[in-house]
Design a protein around this ligand. Sequence first.
Ligand SMILES: *[C@@H]1O[C@H](CO)[C@@H](O)[C@H](O)[C@H]1NC(C)=O
Length: 191
Amino acid sequence: MKRKILVLDLDETLIHSKNDGCNPRKEPTGTPDFVFRIFCKGRVKRVFVHYRPHVEDFLMVVSQWFELVIYTAGSEDYAAPVIDRLDDGRGIFSQRFYRQHCVPDGFDRTKDLTAVHRDLSSIFIIDNSPSAYKNFKQNAIPIESWYDDPNDTALLDLVPLLDSLRSADDVRKVLAKHRFFERRRESVDSW
Ligand SMILES: *[C@@H]1O[C@H](CO)[C@@H](O)[C@H](O)[C@H]1NC(C)=O
């Protein structure tokens, strides 16, 4: 069985953060899981990081099933300390890709999965932003953006699908079937 690579986005997929210097669209409520400082544009900013519910359990499970890679459009200065904290000294992320590894796409940036691994039958990405995987839709698992809902279960809800990907000979086939049933379910729900 080929070991598959699970690529994970960071912001609004695994965590949400805010900092002293900006006003994000949605501010999380409650106590941050951790706070750190970065030096940015001549100022020290505090970054308040909130974990998506169940992210720690999620990482514990999927790190046993897959090779994990973080691929974020965030800057390395900001994202590296967040990844270190999620990793917690375990070394569960085999590679890290930051803003400088994204591909310019108009005013936006998109992600290049072939930079992570050339065999597209054994790599897939979980990302809340469709523009991030626009060139790799067959390898993508969409997830709703998370900002502050304490009852969010999106990560746990993906576990059965991820379990079925472990033994897939081509992840794109399993994901195509999944998309087909999701669309059917949505059309039945909207009746
Ligand atoms: C979360 O769930 C609890 C218990 O069901 C409920 O009381 C609360 O209003 C929910 N919170 C949000 C933000 O939806």
